[in-house]
Structures are given as C-alpha cells and as structure tokens.
Design a protein around this ligand. Structure first.
Ligand code: FE
Length: 256
C-alpha cells in the first residue's frame, strides 16, 4: 500500500510498505518528488523490483529519478539495484566505505560512473531545487551508514534505527502509542544496533534539526514533534549491542 505522507503541491513524499512477500523482511521504500524530479530511498531487494516500479509509476516515471540512495550495504536495502540501473539514469548514492561492494550486486560497468560516493562526514544533495542532507549515522547499524534529512518536508529517514517488527496481526503506518510500540523495536535494537555510545551521539546530532517525522526502513513512522522527541529520547538512553557483551567471555567454542 502506498502512503503519501507529505504533499505541498510541489514536494511530495510517498512510502511503500508492503511489497515484500510473505515470510520476507518487511521494508519501507520511499520516493521524494520535487517538481518533475524524484529520488528513491532504499530500493530494496530483487523481488520488489517489478512491484515497486509499477507502484512508483503512478507517482513518477522511473526515468525521472535523479538519485537512488542506499543508506548501507544490506541486501534488503539495495540488492535489486541492477534493475534500476537499466531503466533509469539515476545517480546512485552509497556510503564510501561500501563502494567496493557494488560489483557484488550489480553490473559494475553500469554502476561505477553513476555512483556518488558519500563521504564519512555526509553531504548535501540538490533535488531539482530541494535540499537533502545525507547525515553520518555510522554504526547505526552498519559501519558505513547514512540517514537522509529532507529539508522541505522536515522528514528524517533513519535507515534501521527505529526499525520495528510488528506481529503479523498488527499493521499501522504511524506510531500512536509510543510506550506500546517499544516492545516491537526492543529486540531488533538490542541485537542489530551495535552501541549505545553511537545512539547518544546520533541523538545529539539530530536534536539540532527541525524534524516533523522520522521514517525508519522497517515498520511504522513517528509523526509529529512530540512523537519525534519521544523516539530521540528513547534512542539516547538505549542500551544495545556491545553494551550487552558479557565481560571477560562473550565468546565460547561450541561444545562437541
Ligand atoms: Fe540493515
């Protein structure tokens, strides 16, 4: 189902959240359109390609995509990239430390001259006159990870940070009750987000931005200043990943 969560007449943001098949990881794909041009965030895996192209085409022809942004190197983020290289002229934005991985999931000759290497410190992109800020979010969770802040809609796309795994009988696109929602984020963050130190430094950075909503790559979004503040507060106090590594003996050789 597509969900248009911002539209001021010139600038639109549309999220697609149910293109994965049953039993696969649920992922969110987003297009940001400014005037006639667009950007696709986190295109997703191979299986999504034809469905996403069909859904997206009701908003913008894929040929009008200027950029495709991958927040990190995971297969659910961009394993289907090759298809988009064939049908668009979009530039591919990818964290610099993962550039060498591109030939592993798409045709090198198609990709390399179209890649924008996102430096560790992040960068700004111009989308047909609208600004996107690519923020450093390394170790949240990938060691080369970026988040995207859309200045016009004041939306922060937070990659795997804020990801939630909802049970099969639950589906909501926005978090209405933060306390009730935490249970669906906790397990994921404890294991997939490596460090509370990274979380605290991220919170300090994003508190400087004017954010209306946070959209993770999995699960519902956090809408409105109050919900955004609750989420950032939660992240800033998070204990996760290495924080749980047992002192003096986390790793043991499995018994024979
Ligand atoms: Fe990931």
């Amino acid at each position: 189902m597509s969900f248009e969560f911002f539209n001021d007449g010139t600038h639109r943001c549309v999220r697609f959240d149910d293109l994965a098949g049953e039993g696969e990881v649920q992922t969110n794909q987003t297009i940001i359109i400014h005037g006639e041009r667009g950007v696709l965030l986190e295109p997703g895996g191979n299986k999504l390609f034809s469905r996403l192209v069909a859904e997206m085409s009701t908003y913008i022809p894929p040929q009008k995509l200027d950029y495709i942004i991958l927040s990190h190197q995971d297969p659910d983020v961009g394993a289907g990239l090759n298809g988009y290289l064939l049908i668009t002229d979009a530039r591919i934005c990818f964290p610099s430390i993962w550039l060498r991985f591109i030939p592993a999931f798409c045709t090198k000759s198609l990709a390399m001259e179209r890649v924008i290497s996102i430096p560790d410190e992040g960068m700004r992109l111009d989308l047909n006159g609208a600004e996107l800020i690519l923020l450093p979010a390394h170790f949240l969770h990938s060691s080369g990870n970026i988040h995207v802040y859309d200045v016009v809609s004041k939306t922060l796309f937070s990659s795997d940070l804020g990801a939630a795994m909802l049970p099969p009988d639950k589906h909501y696109v926005k978090v209405e009750d933060f306390d009730a929602h935490v249970q669906y984020m906790e397990g994921f963050h404890k294991r997939y987000i490596p460090s509370g130190k990274a979380c605290r430094q991220w919170a300090a950075m994003v508190r400087q931005l004017d954010i209306e909503r946070i959209v993770p790559q999995h699960g519902p979004m956090f809408e409105g200043k109050e919900m955004v503040a609750r989420f950032i507060d939660w992240v800033s106090g998070l204990k996760c990943g290495l924080d749980y590594l047992a002192e003096g003996g986390a790793y043991r050789i499995p018994a024979a």
